[in-house]
Design a protein around this ligand. Structure first.
Ligand SMILES: [Zn+2]
Length: 81
């Protein structure tokens, strides 16, 4: 029984480790801001999901990572509506 728990614990620890996905950056397109800056900082947009619009039936906080230009502060990929 304790062996089973140890096995589950090992699996959980494995999930905590960041997954390294091999990406060939030679084929990737560097994102550049309109102002020409190539550097971005990651911030989070935070949403409150009401109890009615999510399956758990509980109010929860959701986050979406976005990137802001280091130079002009504009959001990367921001869509003008
Ligand atoms: Zn910029």
């Amino acid at each position: 029984m304790s062996g089973q728990i140890a096995k589950i614990r090992r699996n959980m620890e494995r999930q905590d480790q960041p997954v390294q996905i091999p990406i060939d950056l030679k084929n990737a397109t560097p994102q550049v801001c309109e102002c020409g800056c190539k550097y971005f900082k990651q911030i989070f947009l935070v949403y409150k999901v009401s109890a009615f619009s999510n399956p758990t039936g509980k109010e929860l906080i959701a986050q979406q990572p976005v990137f802001l230009c280091m130079e002009c502060g504009k959001m990367l990929g921001e869509k003008k509506i």
